[in-house]
Design a protein around this ligand. Structure first.
Ligand code: EPU
Length: 293
């Protein structure tokens, strides 16, 4: 199913972004393969879209085809093995595991988006990393070639993996039987996140990676120390709650958000000599200019 005139702002949590030439919503790996073949035949670029929760799309839009993987939503549990389609929402994944008496997904609590996006970015932090729970990933390369990777082949690292640029269809996780009240732990972790992060606002999560390997200092803390919390450009502002989040207050443009990214980066470099790298993926003009500090 295509909706070629659909603006990408409606498919991203930041709520900005123009149109793609084509948007496809395959419901099976076979339909995904058809889309990739079609794009290859037309020599047109293709991009994978998950929940759109970690993405800044330019208001001018992007050329080629955007393939949303959100309709790949099968989910099954067998013993301690959970198998999820790339489009299964992270919240659904966590709650199904908890209902089945399984532990190991606290790292996804309060992380919006899809299973595919979470592993592509190796989501996680204080409660571990999702890559550590992955046993197998299936998908297609942009050329439509199928692959199956074990955990090592995924090369999970801080907020990255070898899955960038691929089209993940299905992920297998190995969890463990819960030894405590997981539902209570999930509530606790969620409450702590809600206290520290503007989960209610239109954001793309943390804008920058934490600098230093692996993730030494909090980028949010550095931006906060420069006094930029609450700083506004047009319809966007640096969150007063957590300075590594940029909020769309309703009518932000992609340029407003880019301006805040530049200001935060310049101030942190001027005051601490630290270069902040983008964590959020950028689509559109100057993709690489924003991605490389
Ligand atoms: N802090 C400030 N001011 C701020 C923000 C943070 O002083 O504006 C301080 C906090 O008080 C705390 C320290 O900095 O002492 C660390 O803050 P926090 O616990 O919020 O963690 P973080 O390093 O800023 C990372 C991840 C988050 C993840 C949290 C919790 C990155 C870039 N961020 O944030 O991930 O949720 O740990 O595990 O790695 C994301 O990637 O989108 C994201 C939200």
């Amino acid at each position: 199913m295509d909706e070629p005139r659909y603006p990408l702002s409606r498919l991203t949590s930041l709520g900005v972004g123009g149109r793609a030439d084509r948007i496809a919503f395959p419901e099976t790996a076979g339909e995904l393969a058809d889309e990739l073949r079609r794009a290859a035949d037309e020599d047109s670029p293709v991009r994978a879209l998950g929940g759109g929760k970690n993405l800044l799309v330019d208001d001018a839009g992007v050329p080629g085809t955007v393939i949303s993987l959100t309709r790949l939503r099968e989910l099954s549990v067998s013993g301690t093995t959970v198998t999820a389609g790339a489009g299964v929402p992270t919240g659904t994944l966590v709650s199904r595991a908890v209902r089945k008496g399984l532990a190991g997904l606290l790292c996804l609590v309060g992380v919006p988006g899809t299973a595919g996006g979470a592993i592509r970015m190796n989501a996680g932090g204080a409660h571990g990393w999702i890559g550590d729970r992955v046993t197998r990933v299936r998908g297609l390369t942009a050329k439509g070639e199928p692959f199956t990777f074990g955990r090592d082949a995924c090369a999970f690292a801080y907020r990255t993996s070898r899955l960038a640029g691929t089209f993940v269809t299905e992920i297998e996780f190995d969890l463990e039987p819960a030894t405590d009240d997981q539902a209570a732990r999930v509530r606790e972790v969620y409450a702590a996140k809600r206290f520290a992060q503007p989960l209610e606002a239109a954001t793309a999560g943390c804008m920058f990676k934490n600098p230093g390997l692996p993730c030494g200092e909090s980028a949010g803390k550095l931006i906060d120390l420069t006094g930029l919390k609450g700083h506004v450009v047009g319809g966007a502002r640096i969150s007063p709650k957590h300075a590594n989040f940029v909020e769309n207050r309703g009518d932000a443009t992609s340029d407003d958000i880019r301006a805040l990214v530049r200001i935060a980066r310049e101030r942190v470099f001027a005051e601490f000599g630290v270069e902040l790298d983008m964590e959020v993926e950028v689509w559109g003009r100057e993709e690489s200019a924003l991605l490389v500090a």
